[in-house]
Design a protein around this ligand. Structure first.
Ligand code: COA
Length: 331
């Protein structure tokens, strides 16, 4: 049965994780921490780290090629490339233009970055959906990619144990069947900007010898504030998605959350009444890969056959800003 309203369907996904793995035991030799503390407080056991010389766009291109192949299209079929990242190759130009060139997309294919931190993939899908359903585009590539290891203070145990590098990508295709995105809901609260930020390197505080010496080019975070806000915001964005579509929590087959902390996700699971066994979880193996975490988890679950065609999937993410959101889709 075909619907009259066009939707944005996930036609193919891919992901890339760098070869190098840093375990919690490796971190024990770098800072005053323990495998037990990290695993208990976060659920993380290991994370992947990019090789020296490897760039954000390199990782993005790997994930993109896999997603394009899975979608059964050619790179030249893409009508738009959106890269969600807060760790671009360079401040100017966008990482998306490097990806366009590396994957062999059309030289006139529009390409741009968005900065919504860990919510970047949901923001990216929401933008892609607008281009697809209003008729302008047929295939949009959305990538979530982060090379956080380059902006982490590796002597700060309160942040360095949390993050990892990786990339995930999806080709969204305009479709007339019943599968696809049912809705996206996006939110932001700039009053919380200081809770998770990189203080220097932009117009407010340009790079200087003093900013480098003061360690202002790395991630600074008030962990407990982020934790509490995340539980509330992820839960309410998830409920908003269900209510907006008149869908009950029992109908959700899988939740794919941003993977920041297992305890955050357990609290969200309780609040929204969807058991944690229905959450797709890979935080133990990747840590927090920010905008890459949802598309990596999505790709792994699709390739493993865990998520099947017809499943109703709820996504939710929160990150620096704070920026957060939810998406509901039928695979
Ligand atoms: C960062 C986080 C794991 C800390 O966990 P927590 O349970 O809140 O721990 P606290 O900050 O209360 O710290 C408890 C103690 O552990 C210590 N500690 C912090 N990091 C540690 C580490 N890696 N290893 C060992 N001890 C550590 C603290 O110094 C503190 O010691 P103290 O009691 O002597 O002062 C948690 O707050 C969190 O995950 N927040 C959300 C962060 C996040 O998701 N950010 C990204 C969002 S996209």
């Amino acid at each position: 049965m075909s619907s009259t309203r066009p939707t944005s369907r996930i036609a193919g996904t891919g992901h890339y994780a760098p070869e190098k793995v840093l375990t919690n035991h490796d971190l024990e030799r770098m800072v005053d921490t323990s495998d037990e503390w990290i695993a208990e407080r976060t659920g993380i056991r290991q994370r992947h780290l990019a090789a020296e010389g490897e760039t954000t766009s390199d990782m993005a291109a790997h994930a993109a090629r896999a997603a394009i192949a899975a979608a059964g299209i050619a790179p030249t079929d893409l009508d738009l490339i959106i890269v969600a990242t807060v760790t671009p190759d360079v401040p100017l130009p966008s990482t998306a233009v490097f990806v366009q060139q590396k994957i062999g997309a059309r030289p006139d294919c529009p390409a741009f970055d968005i900065a919504a931190a860990c919510a970047g993939f949901i923001y990216g899908m929401s933008i892609a959906d607008r281009f697809l359903t209003t008729g302008g585009a047929r295939h949009v590539l959305v990538i979530g990619v982060e090379l956080l290891s380059r902006v982490i203070d590796w002597s700060d145990r309160t942040t360095c144990v949390l993050f990892g590098d990786g990339a995930g990508a999806a080709v969204l295709t305009r479709s007339e069947d019943e599968r696809g995105l049912l809705s996206t809901h996006l939110f932001a609260d700039g009053a919380q900007a200081q809770a998770l930020h990189i203080p220097a390197g932009g117009s407010a505080l340009p790079a200087s010898l003093a900013t480098v010496e003061a360690g202002l080019h790395t991630v600074h975070m008030t962990g407990q504030d982020v934790f509490k806000y995340a539980v509330r915001a992820l839960s309410s964005a998830s409920v908003t998605a269900l209510e907006a579509n008149g869908i009950s929590k029992e109908d959700v087959r899988w939740v794919i959350p941003h993977q920041a902390n297992l305890r955050i996700l357990e609290a969200v699971s309780k609040r929204i009444g969807v058991g944690i066994e229905r959450f797709v979880l890979n935080i133990a193996r990747y840590g927090n890969t920010s905008s890459a975490s949802i598309p990596i988890a999505l790709d792994e679950a699709l390739r493993a056959g865990t998520i099947e065609s017809g499943d109703l999937v709820l996504m939710c993410a929160l990150g620096a800003g704070f920026a957060w959101g939810s998406a509901l889709l039928r695979i």
